[in-house]
Design a protein around this ligand. Sequence first.
Ligand SMILES: C[S@@+](CC[C@H](N)C(=O)[O-])C[C@H]1O[C@@H](n2cnc3c(N)ncnc32)[C@H](O)[C@@H]1O
Length: 215
Amino acid sequence: MLLPEQRTKLDESDDRLFYDVPRFVTHVDKNFIAQLTDLYRERLQPQTRILDLMSSWVSHLPEEMAFEQVTGHGLNAEELAKNSRLDKTLVQNLNQTPELPLPDQDFDAVLNCVSVQYLQQPDRVFAEMHRVLKPGGQVIVSFSNRMFYQKAIAAWREGTETGRVKLVQRYFRAIPGFSEPEVIVKRSPMPPMMQLMGFGGADPFYCVIATKEDE
Ligand SMILES: C[S@@+](CC[C@H](N)C(=O)[O-])C[C@H]1O[C@@H](n2cnc3c(N)ncnc32)[C@H](O)[C@@H]1O
């Protein structure tokens, strides 16, 4: 799906080194997070099983919603330990080991927030998302235009924002058994110059969603 050069990063050192020190920050603005939490409120069902893949100390889930279980995967154990929504945690470098140590058909939803750009083997990770989902389960991949530039793959760095949406759609389409991905885009209505001046500036919100079809 991607050429070897499209999977490269400017910083090719082990990702665990980059994420060694916990970052208790939010990687997108309040407006983006509010839109994502609203989307989760709309699309997720209470008392279901959730996998937050590439998570940190926050999962952006609606506070009032209770789930049967939320499993958080990431690269920094301290960040995951601080995430009050997680019942279980898992630290694993997906660029070294894309296969998840999780059973088949165990989750109702897989979430991936502002992280998909760091996957060097998205085909293998998206196949894993599909494997761990129950039939009818969904994957919600959200992203904006920010990134750790040196850790994002070339295909992402060199693409336009629209091109990145198409890339994530391709990731889903490459895996048999996912529905045609749905795209949600919410950009600030202000012209870029006004945003630069601080008027109505907001991180653009992109989301690509697909469902595991019944076998
Ligand atoms: C920008 S943070 C986003 C964290 C969280 N999803 C959020 O919304 O705040 C990117 C996350 O991607 C994960 N990540 C980056 N490279 C990874 C890799 N090679 N393997 C597994 N996870 C990785 C780390 O857990 C890191 O916290």
